[in-house]
Design a protein around this ligand. Structure first.
Ligand SMILES: Nc1nc2c(ncn2[C@@H]2O[C@H](COP(=O)(O)OP(=O)(O)O)[C@@H](O)[C@H]2O)c(=O)[nH]1
Ligand SMILES: [Mg+2]
Length: 418
């Protein structure tokens, strides 16, 4: 347990209520000093008066005993009126009386150091605070709630069982036992390797949830791609003109549909051209098409060009209807049907647990150790060493011991008060 007390206002000013937090041994004493009241019962909301000597406010105060708080330390919370003056005066009162201002993420870092959370749960808390969409919030909650942590621990447990098997054979190194065990563990290791690969697959979905699913609009010039882009974005972003070759650079924008984030790209119309700038635009369009998760091929009625793996859209249905989803970018018809289809095609992102880059790298390293263990067919000692290395790599996902740099990096991106 750290001995110093940290304090911070946990809510942005200007709301109805501000919360000032305290953590560290002596928090209860500071609450008593502020309110001139002895808070006997932990985790009970006391309605009382705070008096800093400079201001007074009616507030709710809760104290938590050591071991039964977010940080695992003796802690306190003051719910005062949300004025900047009141929150600041109370925070400063605590600082005058021995606490110090908390750094970004320091409460959660203490929770981690006191083993109230593992690293994946702490990262989940951070993602939860920063969530901008419903899917991001749902995904973050799963991690904050310990789903990934449990999964990693389960894999580690299976791996520990295999390591135990190798140790039996090291202790009794008769030839036949060794080859029997080697054969026997190969299946186990392969199974664990697959589990790790499946977990690592969650990296790409995690990115899609966080950064948005890439949707590219493409087609011939003048079919109304930029108009459709604007209609989907519900804003007048891309230049629309009756002249062909108006859109040159790839234009992107974000929208959220049913809690899912999408990044939409408008591209230059594809045709043969002598114009250097336009052909550079077309080159970029192809690149965007290649990198997209969903491709929307826009055309006008009567054009029977076919494209594989695309959502086919006939625009200008106010003039004439055609193949695929009929929309009118100008009259705003069929836009929601198209959004729904894009959403439906990207439903894969709701499955499974996602992982971030840090967790992904450790999974890949662990997988490589397992691969080495079964592919190289060395002695049992080498196999055991590789398996142990894989076990340790997995361990780095849930806790980093003695690496202050990584811990600082993770927690410094938190806001103050969390
Ligand atoms: N009638 C009609 N005209 C449209 C529609 N969408 C776009 N246009 C027109 O088609 C022309 C080309 O539009 P634009 O969005 O610049 O096409 P892009 O070259 O594919 O990006 C413009 O004159 C638009 O006003 C539509 O839904 N209905
Ligand atoms: Mg255009």
């Amino acid at each position: 347990m750290r001995e110093d007390i940290i304090t911070a206002a946990s809510t942005p000013y200007g709301g109805a209520i501000a919360v000032i937090r305290l953590s560290g041994r002596g928090s209860k004493q500071l609450l008593r000093k502020l309110c001139n009241k002895d808070f006997k019962e932990p985790r009970r909301a006391y309605y009382t008066t705070a008096d800093t000597g400079t201001i007074k406010d009616k507030c709710v105060v809760i104290f938590y005993e050591e071991g039964k708080s977010y940080t695992g330390e003796e802690s306190g919370e003051v719910y005062c009126h949300g004025s900047a003056v009141i929150a600041r005066e109370i925070t400063e009162f605590f600082i005058r009386n021995g606490a110090r201002a908390a750094e970004g993420g320091e409460f959660t870092m203490r929770a981690y150091l006191n083993k109230k959370l593992d690293l994946t749960e702490a990262e989940g808390v951070l993602d939860l605070i920063n969530a901008e969409t419903v899917e991001q919030a749902r995904d973050a909650f799963e991690k904050a709630d310990g789903k990934l942590c449990k999964k990693i621990r389960d894999i580690q447990k299976n791996l520990a069982d295999v390591i135990a098997k190798t140790e039996v054979s090291i202790d009794y190194p008769e030839e036949d036992i060794e080859s029997f065990v080697l054969k026997n563990i190969k299946n186990d290791v392969n199974k664990i390797k697959r589990e790790i690969e499946e977990t690592a697959d969650g990296y790409s979905d995690g990115r899609k949830i966080k950064e948005g699913i890439k949707v590219v609009i493409f087609g011939k010039p003048n079919v109304g791609k930029s108009s459709l882009f604007n209609a989907l974005m519900e804003e007048d972003r891309a230049i629309v003109n009756e002249r062909e070759g108006t859109t040159r650079d790839v234009i992107d924008g974000e929208y959220v549909y049913k809690g899912r984030k999408f990044v939409l790209y408008d591209t230059a119309g594809i045709r043969n051209t002598d114009d250097g700038i336009e052909s550079e635009g077309i080159k970029r369009a192809f690149k965007a098409i290649d990198g997209a998760d969903v491709r929307v091929f826009v055309k006008e009625a009567g054009d029977d060009e076919k494209k594989a793996d695309c959502i086919v859209v006939t625009n200008k249905c106010d003039i004439k209807r055609g193949e695929g989803i009929n929309v009118s970018a100008v009259k705003k018809e069929g836009i929601n049907i198209l959004k729904e289809e894009i959403y439906r095609r990207t439903d894969f992102v709701k499955k499974g647990i996602t992982v971030n880059l840090r967790q992904y790298s450790a999974l890949i390293k662990a997988k490589e150790c397992l691969k080495r263990a079964i592919d190289c067919n060395l002695t049992m000692d080498c196999v055991a060493a590789d398996l142990t290395e894989a076990y340790d790599e997995l361990g780095r996902i849930t806790s980093v011991i003695g690496s202050d740099e990584i811990i600082d990096k993770i927690f410094s991106s938190f806001c103050v008060g969390k």
